[in-house]
Every structure is written in structure tokens, then in C-alpha cells.
Design a protein around this ligand. Structure first.
Ligand code: HAH
Length: 369
């Protein structure tokens, strides 16, 4: 009787095991996978795994999925200067506060994005009461007031800030972007922003963040900026590489040499805004053309995207000692900023989760190591 019971228990265990494995096989995962595990678990010993969110997403069915997959958040828009500081003497905290509260409640890390950028700036910022452009002194004073107020509010909640975003020019011959910041203040606004942030929260890790870092010319300009800030003793702790990539770029060699180069700075590297568009990369926004109407996520696109994600994560793991976090720019293919950039209204499928929030083949590919 005892033997019979043992045999029965053994049989049940094997059957259950078989059912579990075949369920995962159906999901397209060739190796045995544990569907209760999220990205944060697979990469536990490697990186913090983050995602950019809106306050609305945190109140929707996406919130459970965020909690099962990620251990860090970035506000996609809510902490940018335009949304958070719409008038000179008026801050709008509701959205940013709700993201910070969600992070705190659920013990997620929080990255701050961002304190100084040429885009999504409020209308009042560069103008005086008569509508004339402000002086350098006034603009730096406004920058100081803004940074001090925002950074102090989230002191202890935000562990890392993108202090300056996208200050480098995309034009080959030009070093810094000819933004209003630059026109009014010259190069100095960059160093000042870091000093103001450091004074407001000496514990926060301070990042410079930019895109198209895989381009050798832009990469060297970013490198040059870091070297000059470091030489001047400016508090800067990390380099944020946005990683808005596509199925055709970067190549393995390009990404390897990019990461390799930035390791020379001896700073923390984070991939701050990762997505892989299923369309060949274009860097400038443009009108929709008739050929843009074919927006089906074909098996070919899926295959190419999966290969690109696999390659990127192989290299991230290769440089794991230098890289501390990977953040995706949006949650799933349901909506992403790439549905409107570079082509307004062209559907893209750049993330690891599909429109039903289910892991895509690319997901299973990157967690298989
Ligand atoms: C990023 N710019 C910004 O950092 C982020 O705040 C925004 O929500 C989306 C993307 C990327 C970018 C680009 O790849 C090309 C041209 C302009 C801006």
C-alpha cells in the first residue's frame, strides 16, 4: 500500500511537471521558463530593470504587470519642466507625486527625468514680463530655483536624476546644440545644472542623458563633454544612453565599441530609454507617406526585432560591471511615443510586451541565458 502511494505521488508530480513545461513551450519559449518570473527576477544579479510610465498607467490593469516585471520607474513626462513648472510661480505636482507615491508604496526605485532640456520647456521660461528674452543671470537664477525646488521635493525618493538632457548637437560640425539655453547662457548652464542638483540633494546620482550615442561623431562629443565636466570637478556620476534603437541599428560592433568607449569614463552607465522600433531608424520627425500605411507586425519584423534585442542584451551582460540599470521607454506595444515619432500616426511595436500585455518572442529571447 505504502509503495502504491509513493508511486502515485511520483506519477502526479511528473504529470504536473509535464503540463507546466508544455504550457511554457506553447508560449514560444524553447527552454524551460518560469512564467511567474519577471524581467526584474531574470536580471536580478545584473541590472535594475525599469520602465517609463504615466500616472494613468499606474491606475490601469498595466499596474499589476509593471509590478511583476520591473523594479524601477521613470516618469515619461510628469517631471519634465513644462508639465511640472507651467508658470513662474506655480508648480503642478499631482502627476509627479502620484508616480513617486506608487514607487514608494511598492518599493520600486525611481529615476528623475529631467531637470534641464531644450524641449517641453514652459512658455514663461525664456521670456520676461514684456515678452523679451531674459538675460543669462535671470535664466540661471530660474534654473536654480527650478532644480532646487524639484530635487528637494523628491529627496530620498529619487535615487538618480537626468540633470541635463540632449545638450549635444546632431550636426556633425557643431559641438553643443544651439538651444535657447546655449544661446543665452553659453556652455556654462550645463555645469550649473549639475551643481544646483548636487546642492539640493548630495545623495542623488546625477546623469547626463542623450540619444544617438551609437553614432561615432556624437559619441565622441558626449565623451568630450564628460571629460570637460570631470576636469572642472563638476558633480556628475553617470552617463545615460537613451537607446532609442531599431531593427537595423546598432550593429553588434557599433554597440560594443560604444559601451567600451564609455567604460573609459569610469562612471555608472545606464540605458535609460530603451526601445527597438520595427522600422529602419530615422532621426527626424516627418509627415506620413503612403508607404507608411503598412504597419503590420510581420513575422519578419518580429524576427529581426528579436535578434536585435538578443544582441543588445548579450552586450549589456558582457559589460554588466559598468552598467547598473536598463529602462524601457513605455510599457507595451499598446501605446508608445514611437506611434508618433518620427512619423505621426504610424503604429510601432518597439517593446517586449504586445498589445495584450503578453511577453513577445523578444522577451523570451533575452531572458534565455
Ligand atoms: C527622448 N528624446 C526624450 O529624452 C524623452 O523625454 C521623450 O519622452 C522621448 C524621447 C529622443 C529624441 C530622439 O530620439 C530624436 C529626436 C529628438 C528626441
Amino acid at each position: 500500500m505504502k509503495r502504491l502511494l509513493i508511486l502515485l505521488a511520483l506519477f502526479t508530480t511528473i504529470t504536473l511537471q509535464f503540463c507546466f513545461e508544455s504550457r511554457n513551450l506553447q508560449k514560444g519559449n524553447i527552454e524551460m521558463a518560469d512564467s511567474s518570473k519577471g524581467l526584474k527576477d531574470y536580471f536580478k544579479k545584473y541590472f535594475i530593470m525599469g520602465v517609463a510610465v504615466s500616472p494613468r498607467a499606474l491606475k490601469s490593469e498595466e499596474s499589476a504587470m509593471i509590478l511583476s516585471q520591473f523594479n524601477s520607474l521613470t516618469a515619461e513626462n510628469a517631471m519634465k519642466m513644462g508639465p511640472i513648472h507651467p508658470k513662474e510661480n506655480e508648480y503642478f505636482w499631482r502627476d509627479a507625486d502620484s508616480i513617486a507615491a506608487f514607487a514608494k508604496l511598492n518599493h520600486l526605485k525611481l529615476r528623475g527625468h529631467n531637470l534641464c532640456w531644450h524641449n517641453q520647456t514652459p512658455n514663461w521660461l525664456f521670456k520676461d514680463a514684456e515678452g523679451k528674452q531674459v538675460t543669462k543671470e535671470v535664466l540661471l537664477q530660474r534654473l536654480k530655483e527650478h532644480i532646487t525646488t524639484v530635487v528637494k521635493r523628491y529627496k530620498g525618493s529619487i535615487y538618480a536624476w537626468d540633470v541635463v538632457n540632449e545638450a549635444i548637437s546632431d550636426k556633425k560640425e557643431e559641438y553643443l546644440r544651439n538651444s535657447l539655453w546655449y544661446q543665452i547662457c553659453g556652455e556654462e548652464y550645463i555645469a550649473k545644472a549639475f551643481q544646483f542638483a548636487h546642492e539640493a540633494d548630495p545623495e542623488a546620482l546625477l546623469f547626463y542623458n542623450d540619444y544617438n550615442e551609437i553614432d561615432p561623431i556624437k559619441r565622441e562629443k558626449i565623451f568630450r563633454l564628460f571629460k570637460s565636466l570631470q576636469a572642472a570637478g563638476i558633480p556628475i556620476h553617470g552617463i545615460g544612453l537613451q537607446a532609442h534603437w531599431a531593427i537595423n541599428e546598432p550593429t553588434r560592433g557599433q554597440l560594443d565599441s560604444t559601451i567600451q568607449r564609455f567604460t573609459e569614463l569610469g562612471l555608472n552607465i545606464q540605458f535609460t530609454e530603451l526601445d527597438i522600433s520595427v522600422y529602419p531608424k530615422e532621426h527626424n520627425s516627418r509627415e506620413k507617406k503612403s508607404k507608411d500605411n503598412n504597419t503590420i507586425f510581420t513575422a519578419e519584423k518580429e524576427q529581426k526585432q528579436q535578434e536585435e534585442y538578443k544582441m543588445c542584451f548579450e552586450l549589456f551582460r558582457k559589460y554588466r560591471k559598468n552598467i547598473s540599470a536598463i529602462t524601457f521607454w513605455n510599457i507595451s506595444d499598446r501605446t508608445s511615443w514611437l506611434d508618433n515619432f518620427p512619423v505621426r500616426g504610424r503604429k510601432d511595436y518597439p517593446l517586449l510586451f504586445d498589445e495584450s500585455l503578453q511577453p513577445k518572442k523578444a522577451f523570451w529571447e533575452i531572458v534565455k541565458f
